[in-house]
Design a protein around this ligand. Structure first.
Ligand code: AMP
Length: 417
């Protein structure tokens, strides 16, 4: 007997079972705590949005929009897309709700599910989770460095080691023009030898050719954006590096790092961990000074990043923890079952996890269940205990049993010992 195969979960989605969920909860708690220590405010946004939001802001030429979106029509014929990334939704939210009226600088974070139709493999799923942070309203490189630091803080708190930070500047649309011109003239005559994606990128967004994993070596002499930075962009990049130095954050300058999204300007960065194998990118981000204006807002600088939590979980030290309950109740008859039930409810109100057998099986079966649940304590009540107004409290780790009065405060005191 087993699940009929037609009901199995869809390729690229994952179930998180109780033992793993405990680890997820801890990780999410750390993310929230760290993000809030930087005064990022949590936002949550819908699973799906108008397709145009991503098509136009993530960018027509990106792999996400070209190949990976889960797009469908609703009953009214409107094209909708399951969110593949967070930044467009955060910016939409910021503009739609007039959050700019709350002050010049807004700092947000999110923990959200994302959906991309990629070929599933270890560390790459079709439904996955990201945490991300976005700062809207700051032009300063200090903000970019602060964003980097906030992600590194999360890795550090979770004891995730071996993270490398790669950084680059891809300039602004002004200085990028000269770079793209130079890149196109370098690529002319070489296109036949490059992959299909590079040929497409040549027409749509040539800078992204530098990002190609297949043709990297063939492009080693290609011009890079950092050689063409205008004064403002160069100063910004220098300032970013100084800020990282000041924060004692080590980094590599990767002059080919351009990131996969269309809206980036100036700073780009990524966190990698080589032990993750081919899917070694843990997260990344950058500045997107043009996006808010593009989406209809005032000219407003912004910067942000996203980190894949599923990938982070693969690097998390330690094993899944055992599921356990604080207190399991074992009773002998109807009367003791009712008395015990009252105690359980009071203990639950005081924050202890408690359980009992709802089917009132034999005492032996109840003890077996207490073991299976890894109960830290067992409260035993029988006819005799009721008569004498006591309970037997068994410490399951030490194997010791103690009789104490059937009074909630005394029981709690004992459980806290
Ligand atoms: P991106 O939004 O593409 O910059 O991705 C940021 C991070 O999200 C990546 O570094 C990964 O850790 C994670 N990520 C992206 N795509 C996937 C995926 N298909 N499955 C799991 N994690 C992903």
């Amino acid at each position: 007997m087993g699940l009929k195969s037609e009901f199995k979960n869809i390729k690229g989605t994952r179930d998180i079972l109780p033992e793993e969920a405990i680890r997820w909860k801890k990780v999410e708690d750390v993310i929230r705590k760290k993000m809030e220590s930087y005064n990022f405010q949590e936002v949550r946004f819908p699973a799906f949005e108008a397709t145009d939001l991503f098509r136009k802001s993530t960018g027509e030429s990106t792999d996400i929009v070209k190949k990976e979106m889960f797009t469908f029509e609703d009953m009214g014929g409107r094209s909708l897309t399951l969110k593949p990334e967070g930044t467009p939704s955060v910016v939409r939210m910021y503009l739609q709700h007039g959050l700019f009226n709350r002050g010049a600088l807004q700092k947000f974070y999110y923990i959200e599910r994302m959906f991309r139709q990629e070929r599933p493999q270890k560390g790459r799923y079709r439904e996955f989770r990201q945490f991300g942070a976005e700062v809207i309203g700051s032009v300063s490189a200090e903000t970019d460095a602060e964003l980097v630091k906030s992600a590194l803080d999360v890795f550090k708190e979770l004891n995730i080691k071996g993270i490398e930070l790669n950084i680059n500047s891809i300039g602004c649309p002004r200085c990028r023009k000269d770079f793209v011109k130079e890149l196109k003239s370098f690529l002319k005559g070489k296109l036949n030898g490059l992959c299909e994606d590079c040929n497409r990128r040549y027409a749509e967004n040539p800078m992204r050719i530098l990002d190609c994993k297949i043709d990297r070596t063939k492009l080693k002499d290609a011009p890079v954006p950092s050689d063409f930075l205008c004064d403002e962009c160069r100063e910004h990049f220098e300032d970013f590096k100084k800020r990282l130095d000041f924060l004692k954050i080590k980094f590599n300058i990767d002059s080919r790092l351009v990131r996969g999204l269309d809206y980036y300007t100036k700073t780009v960065f990524e966190f990698v961990n080589t032990s993750l194998g081919s899917q070694n990118e843990l997260g990344g981000g950058g500045r997107y000074d043009e996006l808010i204006k593009f989406m209809g807002g005032e000219d407003t600088p912004a910067s942000g990043y996203a980190v894949g939590i599923d990938r982070m979980m693969l690097l998390l030290p330690g094993k899944d923890e055992k599921i356990s309950v604080d207190v399991y109740l074992v009773t002998f008859d109807v009367e003791s079952d009712l008395a015990g039930f009252e105690i359980l409810n009071e203990l639950r109100e005081r924050g202890f996890s408690c359980d009992k057998d709802p089917m009132r099986r034999s005492v032996k079966a109840q003890f077996r269940e207490a073991d299976r649940q890894n109960a830290k304590w067992v409260i035993i009540i029988g006819e005799n205990e009721i008569k004498r107004g006591v309970v037997q409290l068994k410490n399951m780790n030490k194997g010791k049993q103690k009789e104490i009065p059937m009074e909630i405060d005394k029981i709690v005191k004992e459980l806290k010992c």
